[in-house]
Design a protein around this ligand. Structure first.
Ligand SMILES: [Zn+2]
Length: 197
């Protein structure tokens, strides 16, 4: 096999697999059971006020850039398990896409002050960082999102049933993947000579 071509010159589309989508299914199950409530405009105003912002002047709560979506301050899925948090105004803050994807399932303060290269601590000044942390602290103090969550252990029967159904689907996905690999291999063999596959 020859050397791989440098990514700055050429980038192959990602190799797709059915089995590779299992984490999407897992996240979808947990996100589908999570309580979801639209806020009133007053609640949005209150939320922004607690963060030191207003409806006219709002920005990413983590880095101060232009926000693109509202992010769960406390993650709803950690280590493939539902944490019990909600999608409601008391657990949502405006966020830019860089922060949103860099934060992932991390704890916000740990990520902001100790995170990897895309975290705010590498992208903004120390004084701006501490101001934003201060604002988020004020938000937490006011809305106490960490105290607003479901005790999922109380619903272990329902959760166990969901996990078992989800695992059944993932097993089927793995099964389909095996078939896909075989079919792809047949394609390759059948067209090997003609297309140099
Ligand atoms: Zn940001």
């Amino acid at each position: 096999m020859g050397k791989k071509v440098d990514k700055r010159i050429f980038k192959m589309p990602d190799k797709y697999s059915v089995s590779g989508r299992s984490s999407t299914i897992t996240a979808a199950v947990w996100k589908s059971i999570m309580p979801y409530k639209n806020p009133t405009i007053d609640q949005v105003e209150e939320n922004l006020k607690a963060l030191g912002m207003s409806t006219e002047h709002s920005y990413c709560a983590y880095c101060g850039d232009k926000w693109t979506s509202w992010d769960h301050l406390f993650s709803v899925v950690v280590d493939s398990v539902y944490t019990g948090f909600f999608t409601d105004i008391f657990n949502l803050v405006p966020a830019c896409s860089t922060c949103n994807s860099s934060k992932g399932n991390s704890e916000w303060r740990e990520w902001m002050t100790n995170g990897s290269e895309k975290s705010p601590r590498y992208r903004i000044t120390a004084s701006k960082l501490s101001k934003l942390v201060e604002n988020l602290d004020a938000f937490e103090l006011k809305f106490k999102p960490s105290e607003r969550s479901i005790d999922v252990l109380e619903f272990d029967k329902e959760i166990a049933s969901l996990i078992s159904k989800k695992e059944g689907i993932i097993a089927q996905m793995n099964d389909i993947q095996k078939d896909c690999n075989e079919v792809q291999d047949k394609f390759r063999k059948a067209y090997k000579a003609r297309f140099e596959l």
